[in-house]
Design a protein around this ligand. Sequence first.
Ligand code: F6R
Length: 242
Amino acid sequence: MKLLVVKNYDEMSKVAAKELAEVISKKPESILGLATGGTPVGMYKELIDMHKNEELDFSKVTTVNLDEYVGLSGEHDQSYRYFMDSNLFNHVNIRKEYTYVPNGLAEDMHQECVNYDKRIEELGGIDVQVLGIGSNGHIGFNEPSDTLSLGTHVTDLAESTIEANSRYFASKEEVPTKALTMGLGAIMKAKKILLMVSGESKAEIMDKVVNGKITTQVPASFLQMHKDVVLIIDEDAARKIK
Ligand code: F6R
């Protein structure tokens, strides 16, 4: 794992955007694995700026997102489809039909999961996967548990995840309790992984992720086994890493 400790959120966003832009420049038809949440918002802003000022070209890029809430349509302003459209896709020259987010309203959830994995495989896998992390060590919505799934699956969100994400909803009761998420398989098969981490609330878990034993109770600890992970972490989040 390559560790890049940066000063703050803004610097993390700039460094991550540069890494991603480099991948796109080298391979314009890149398959990008993308994340939502507070962590990557600044990076998406940087990428939009690069598109506008430096002509970073998304015209051949394909994206696959990590997850989506079960029960929310893409028009719901808290859905991850809506997040991606408003934070990135609507502002760059990407082909919308090549941006994939799991369908939170699929009638047959099992089939939706099978299709999602099949799509990733048919695309030839992910060139670079962007990840944030939950303060409980989740990546995507692979929550701490006795077992982890390789494939895309429906999962119950951990209480701490519902609590953390309630900041975006009118009340905690409105946060969906289930999500569709890519499994550890597709994430670990990505050629490169950019793990972005910012803020005090992630400090406790990060020592376990980097130095702890590999365990399903800290899903991000599996990243220790990946050969090309760049961890871009700000000083507040890196404080407890030994
Ligand atoms: C989002 C995702 C989650 C978030 C994590 C951190 O697509 O997969 O794993 O990356 O919950 O969320 P923030 O960035 O809001 O702290």
